[in-house]
Ligand binder design. Structure first.
Ligand code: ADP
Length: 490
């Protein structure tokens, strides 16, 4: 059926060219008395030259041949015979025949060359546009979307992508349903690395034409085209193959990128696990050793009689337990942040109350520091998870206490600025090196040579909690000391 249509399509220009010659004969026939039969041949030559702008070589040759015979039959005396009596007319007929054929052939050749040049330009443009668009993609989905769009633009074909995942082809166009038969044909193409389906010699009854997507390194999947036109031209086919190759390369690039990212992630998580284990075991050891040593001393009969020593040992045990407790709290907070199970209990609170609450909790740690906090009046209430923001401010003030020397000042200020409540916490310690400023909120990051103890997770938790409130946190060095700025949306 398709083949018949194709033949009819091919025959149409031949019929049209003959029809146009008949038309010319009909027009010229009544005029032959006025212009003379010889002039008619000149008109016919012009006419053939004109037709060769429209038709290809085959129809033009037929038109030339047919018009030459028609001229002889209808115009050259004796009329209505193919016989030519006059030698001059025979020469004229031969000249007409040759000229009309040569004119026809030359003009079609020129227009073919022109078409070829135009087609080549279009082809170069199409490949350039596709390559350029594909070079900017950053994931597989983008490659598929861009390729689909470019093929639609250039060929007006609908495209489907079937990519290989663990040796099975997975259809990537969610809006399309493929029958089992189509999938089987696509799989044939994938396995045999050959095109198949419609317009091909293999399984041509299918809806799509399948081209294997592969590079010299790997088989990636199959690309299916469905077109409303009947058959691809040879040029279209070559261009399509170039497109398929470009698309295959881009898909391979994205798949390799994804694999590299996965490997990086695994390495990163292995690194984090190791860091976590190292820092935790170190952090656990010191307070545990203190507790064990103190308890052992308390068991000693002589020591237990000395009230001062007993009090001191109890105090040591308390401080070490607090340190352990803080570590466990931080680890729990971190795992809540990591697992995404953090649920905010948002309620209206006064930030001044929150700061007072933190300062009270840190009272004994801050004994040897000068804390300056003047609560601002008329500070509006803010909707926050009290526990989380309290923990964040706690971690910052606690750091300010342990990373500065005794007698240092810790200044805290909370005020309203635009649509934010800003909390500023600054100390007058040594600050941190400039290069550490953008890493200080990273997990397990500790500034080189900073005081021992600590795991480097405190500030990452602070950032996580503030960002969970859609707030902002930044840090800057002062002339002396470090300043943290937290902004929470009112
Ligand atoms: P940790 O205190 O457990 O090491 P943090 O995430 O709380 O982890 O802090 C990360 C690093 O930032 C600390 O190791 C410390 O070097 C540095 N740091 C934090 N606060 C201050 C501060 N106020 N002054 C100087 N350095 C600080």
């Amino acid at each position: 059926m398709e083949h018949n249509n194709y033949l009819i399509k091919k025959l149409i220009p031949y019929i049209q060219s003959i029809f146009l010659v008949i038309l010319a004969i009909l027009i010229c026939y009544p005029l032959r008395g006025i212009i003379g039969y010889q002039s008619v041949s000149l008109i016919f030559i012009f006419y053939i030259a004109f037709l060769s702008l429209i038709f290809k070589q085959g129809p033009i040759l037929i038109a030339s041949f047919f018009s030459a015979l028609a001229w002889d039959y209808f115009f050259i005396p004796p009329q209505f015979t193919l016989y030519i009596s006059n030698l001059e007319d025979i020469l004229m007929f031969a000249t007409y025949f040759v000229i009309s054929i040569v004119t026809g052939i030359l003009t079609t050749r020129i227009s073919y060359q022109e078409k070829l040049a135009k087609y080549r330009e279009e082809r170069t443009n199409a490949i350039y546009t596709l390559t350029k668009a594909l070079s900017n993609t950053s994931n597989l989905e983008e490659v598929i979307n861009i390729s689909t769009k470019q093929i639609k633009n250039f060929f007006n074909f609908d495209v489907i992508f079937l990519l290989a995942e663990k040796e099975t082809l997975i259809l990537k166009n969610s809006q399309i349903k493929l029958s089992k038969k189509e999938i089987a044909i696509a799989t044939w193409s994938f396995i045999n690395s050959k095109k198949s389906g419609r317009f091909t010699e293999t399984l041509s009854t299918s809806e799509y034409t399948y081209y294997p997507l592969s590079t010299y390194r790997s088989k990636l999947g199959v690309l299916g085209f469905s077109s409303k036109d009947t058959i691809f031209s040879k040029e279209q086919e070559t261009l399509l193959e170039t497109f398929v190759y470009q698309i295959s390369s881009s898909i391979e690039k994205e798949l390799l990128n994804e694999k590299a990212k996965e490997i990086m992630l695994v390495r990163e998580s292995e690194r984090l696990q190791n860091t976590l284990l190292n820092s935790i075991s170190h952090e656990l050891k010191t307070p545990l050793a203190t507790i064990m040593w103190s308890v052992k001393s308390l068991q000693d009969k002589e020591t237990s009689k000395e009230e001062d020593i007993v009090n001191e040992l109890n105090n040591e045990i308390y401080i070490a337990s607090e340190r352990l407790n803080r570590l466990v709290e931080n680890l729990l907070d971190m795992s809540r942040l990591e697992s995404g199970s953090l649920k905010l209990q948002l309620k209206w609170h006064d930030i001044n109350d929150l700061i007072f609450s933190v300062l009270k909790e840190l009272e004994s740690d801050l004994k040897e520091h000068i804390v300056i906090f003047e609560p601002e009046e008329n500070l509006p209430l803010i909707k926050i998870d009290f526990g989380l923001i309290e923990q964040a401010i706690f971690n910052i003030i606690f750091n300010a206490c342990i990373y500065t020397h005794k007698g240092s000042k810790i200044k805290i200020k909370a005020y309203k600025e635009d649509s934010y409540i800003v909390i500023r916490i600054e100390d007058n310690g040594n600050g941190i090196p400039e290069e550490s400023l953008n890493k200080i909120f990273d997990k397990f990051y500790r500034v080189d040579n900073s005081k021992s103890g600590g795991t480097g997770i405190g500030l990452s938790i602070v950032k996580g909690f503030i960002e969970a409130h859609h707030g902002l946190i930044s840090v800057e060095n002062l002339n002396n000391g470090l300043r943290f700025i937290i902004k929470l949306k009112t």
